[in-house]
Design a protein around this ligand. Structure first.
Ligand SMILES: NC(=O)c1ccc[n+]([C@@H]2O[C@H](COP(=O)([O-])OP(=O)(O)OC[C@H]3O[C@@H](n4cnc5c(N)ncnc54)[C@H](O)[C@@H]3O)[C@@H](O)[C@H]2O)c1
Length: 253
């Protein structure tokens, strides 16, 4: 096999849940460049329109608007991907955040974050992996976070959800390996996106966080592309249940 063939996704169909978001678009961009066809699934119609316009010059993009918390929307997505030959790669980039002190959080806040970051991802994955099982091959890539394994100030509910997603990654990997389906995760530190910009660029937080990052800066969405390429392609076929930390060294000391 040629080196570049290791990463080829020609003939593969990828679904990007949260595909209108910053990291979802970045995943879509690199998978398209490696030859995959891509379906973007997201709750925001406007976001999908702009993502599709941005990505259309790169490759074949289809969009579907829906909510991962609604079974009917997931079923519509499954019908669409089935009609396109079945999904090979699923990137779970759907995610929400509510930053607040633990003492102010309500059960509703936790329910909301859990319903999207864990239950929605669980439901979407459970439905789409049936198509991978039918093929005997597939790649699931979950967006965990450094909050999956270290404590985070004012993000307790998010950290709970991302810790749950890490355990989902590992347990699903055990169970699905027998069907040829690999389940792995990315764990970014702070990535400079719409989700984080108003938080990480305050003078107070730059002074707190940047000295903790040996590489000296926050991640950009481009910093995640190599790992998406690796985990989506046959280059990582003997890897499952793993989480690759992309944090500039934040959590190594
Ligand atoms: N940005 C970071 O610093 C960072 C760090 C670690 C992990 N992550 C994770 O990466 C993922 C993507 O983050 P991002 O920065 O691109 O955020 P983003 O807000 O740009 O993208 C998330 C997308 O999910 C969509 N979405 C939300 N709820 C939905 C639902 N119920 N159904 C369908 N779509 C829904 C949103 O519309 C949005 O387009 C998230 O899971 C996030 O937790 C982000």
């Amino acid at each position: 096999m040629q080196g570049h063939d290791l990463f080829s996704l020609t003939g593969r169909l990828a679904v990007i849940g949260g595909g209108a978001g910053s990291i979802g678009r970045s995943a879509a961009d690199v998978l398209l460049r490696l030859g995959a066809r891509v379906v973007l699934f997201d709750i925001t119609e406007d976001g999908l329109t702009s993502a599709a316009a941005e990505l259309a010059p790169v490759g074949q993009v289809t969009t579907l608007c829906g909510d991962t918390r609604k079974k009917a929307d997931i079923d519509r997505l499954a019908d669409l991907t089935k009609s396109m030959g079945g999904v090979d790669i699923l990137v779970n980039s759907v995610g929400v955040q509510r930053r607040m002190p633990l003492l102010e959080a309500t059960p509703d806040d936790l329910d909301f974050i859990w319903s999207v970051n864990v239950a929605g991802v669980f439901a979407l994955t459970q439905t789409l992996i049936r198509q991978m099982v039918d093929k005997g091959y597939g790649k699931v890539i979950n967006l965990c976070s450094i909050g999956s394994f270290v404590g985070l100030d004012q993000k307790t509910m998010y950290a709970i959800s991302k810790g749950g997603l890490l355990q989902y990654t590992r347990s699903a990997a055990v169970e699905l390996a027998r069907f040829g389906v690999r389940v792995n995760a990315l764990a970014p530190g702070y990535v400079d996106t719409a989700m984080t910009a108003s938080w990480i660029h305050t003078p107070e937080h730059e002074a707190e966080y940047l000295p903790r990052i040996p590489l000296g800066r926050y991640a950009t969405v481009d910093d995640l592309k190599g790992t998406f390429a690796f985990l989506a392609s046959s280059a990582s076929d003997y890897i499952t249940g793993q989480m690759i930390v992309i944090d500039g060294g934040w959590t190594i000391w």
